[in-house]
Design a protein around this ligand. Structure first.
Ligand code: PMV
Length: 313
């Protein structure tokens, strides 16, 4: 019988870019992500099929996805040849952790009894093929969902989410390169060091308050903090007219806050919404102006230990 597994996508709620310079970032797992299905083969070699992308590769092929698949298989204890079928419902390259979600889903389906840490380690073997030296936040969030505070070089700090967090994610329609955006900000920091550092310090304060708001279930405050983060990102030339337009449309439709998520310069916008009906209003407003989007919830943290009274394990 074929086994199946799922992994979450990720959204940075606050702190992108500043995180590169040691400021913490707040990230959440979303219930959109990737699914993998594995079926045993009588004989090798194994095969990776990603239906929606027209990809079908074997571990010895030269395609990046084949190399990543091989790296993951080599790091696993799997010895039987397999066909792994993957479907992802995230835009690739949209800053939503698509590749990490696929890596985690494959790791889980190959090693169904592995711990979350072991799954993350396998997914990192996959991620390194695409990202060289990934921070690991995408794989960690893909494996566990929930909300985390991530600080470069430090262990992930789990943030307990009180109450539901509903998000709308919209695509600005322009692709952007994370590397180009990070390099551009590094150049700005060389020229305007004090201005950029002051923005990072302000973002640090916003992130720390956002953590408290998430823990308190105070979504209005979280939304306002996202708006302020967006203003600072705009001041660092990381926003675009399309993203600003999408943020304005979302706020007019009732969103509690809206900002770019990830690298900026294109890519995706995230809006925090108070209800499903506001989510629908935001998505319609975006669609009317030609922007695709979807509503999603923050995925439950699979590692969270229930400690509310009467919670069953
Ligand atoms: O678009 P993504 O998910 O690769 O996010 C980029 C986040 C940055 O802070 C801009 C870069 C980084 O390495 O953290």
């Amino acid at each position: 019988m074929a086994a199946t597994a799922h992994a979450c996508g990720k959204v940075i709620l606050l702190g992108e870019h500043a995180v590169v310079y040691g400021v913490p970032a707040l990230a959440v797992g979303i219930d959109r992500g990737a699914r993998a299905r594995a079926s045993a083969l009588d004989e090798g070699p194994s095969r990776l099929v990603i239906g929606g992308w027209n990809v079908s590769v074997r571990p010895d092929d030269s395609h990046d996805l084949a190399r990543a698949f091989r790296a993951l298989l080599d790091a696993s204890s799997s010895t039987r040849p397999l066909t792994v079928d993957v479907e992802a419902d995230l835009p690739p390259g949209g800053g939503l952790g698509c590749s990490a979600a696929i890596g985690v889903a494959i790791a889980r389906v190959i090693e169904p009894h592995a711990s979350a840490e072991a799954v993350q380690a396998l997914a990192m073997a996959w991620e390194r093929v695409f990202h060289g030296n990934p921070s690991g936040v995408d794989a960690a969030v893909a494996a566990r969902g929930g909300c985390v505070l991530y600080r470069k070089g430090e262990a992930l700090d789990t943030v307990r989410v009180r109450g539901p967090l509903q998000l709308c994610i919209g695509n600005s329609g322009l692709a952007s390169s994370t590397k180009a955006m990070v390099d551009g900000l590094a150049r700005l920091r060389e020229r305007k060091h004090d201005l950029v550092e002051r923005s990072f310090e302000a973002i640090r304060t916003l992130v720390s308050n956002a953590r408290l708001a998430v823990e308190a279930g105070d979504r209005s405050t979280l939304g306002r903090l996202m708006d302020l983060n967006q203003m600072l990102l705009g001041g660092l030339f990381l926003s675009t007219p399309e993203i600003e337009h999408m943020c304005g449309l979302a706020r007019e439709a009732g969103a509690l806050g809206a900002k770019l998520t990830g690298a900026g310069g294109g890519g995706c916008t995230v809006a925090l919404v108070p209800s499903r009906s506001t989510a629908d209003a935001v998505l319609s407003a975006w669609r009317r102006e030609g922007f695709d989007g979807f509503a999603t919830n923050v995925a439950a943290d699979v590692m969270a230990v229930p400690h509310e009274s009467g919670a069953a394990p």
